[in-house]
Design a binder for this molecule. Sequence first.
Ligand SMILES: [Zn+2]
Length: 80
Amino acid sequence: MATHGTVGKGAMKFCPNCQDVVETRVMEEFNENVQVAGLHAKRRKVICGIDRDGTKGCGHTWFTLDVIETDLKLKLGIQD
Ligand SMILES: [Zn+2]
């Protein structure tokens, strides 16, 4: 059963456990702005499923980093 916090809007994301693009939710209390390798990023905790219990998904949780594409490509030396 859900304990605390809320889940954000749903999104289709790649689940590393299912190895597929599935319906996921963001666990809002873990949203934070961080610096990764000198880049600004938004860190989120994601759960596979449609609620905090992982209903209709595998329940696996993982973290994602949302970075600005141009910043990351510059950092890694990737050309478009
Ligand atoms: Zn999954």
